[in-house]
Design a protein around this ligand. Sequence first.
Ligand code: 5RP
Length: 231
Amino acid sequence: MLTQDQIKEKIGKYAADYVKPGMKVGLGTGSTVFYLLKELGRRKAQGLSFTAVCTSVQTQRILSEEGIEFRTLDEVDRLQVAIDGADEIDPAGNMIKGGGGALLREKIVEYNADELIIIVDEKKLVDHLGAFPLPVEVVTFGWKQVRQQLVDNYRIDASRREKNGTPFITDQGNYILDCHFGVITDPVQLNTDIHLIPGVVETGLFTGMADKAITGYADGTIKLIEYNQSY
Ligand code: 5RP
């Protein structure tokens, strides 16, 4: 049986096959994507040439270490493919993302890709989203009021994310509120409703965006799931 890290490594390496020579590629964030980036670094050293756009400063840093140049999203027109992890994914391909705090850039980059491929181990496959706290990115001004709106509207616990005892600041200079929904029955509607609260920048609900999921299992198998999306 493989460990969680070994599964992630296997999926990351497998996903590298989707990056073809000359492609413009959006690269996600997180511990599963880490292994994809490592593998792309290896393939780049062997001559694979592609244009990378990063979804976080963390991913930029890893690419630099791997000797892979990257562009900003503004510098490329459209991406052929984006590859990223997820915190939860349901049978329709709806996801909770943002456990690593990169949800805003991830959503922008992935919205502008022709194909979105998600790389997850089996633990991320769920029947219903919501056991993982939903990250909601908010501007720092008035964040307490936004938090209170979420608590009052949905009767949930919501806390400002902290790192090493201080507020976590996103790459875009915002806070994240982690919202404990438990079960989310209508992710599309919830995403729309949360966006109506002034001060909300983005939610970690990625609905109708995933085209494929590469899923890894402890017994070493890898399965490909395809979704019928219309985003
Ligand atoms: C970062 C994300 C990540 O894709 C998500 O948290 C999964 O990360 P990991 O592969 O480390 O479990 O959304 O904002």
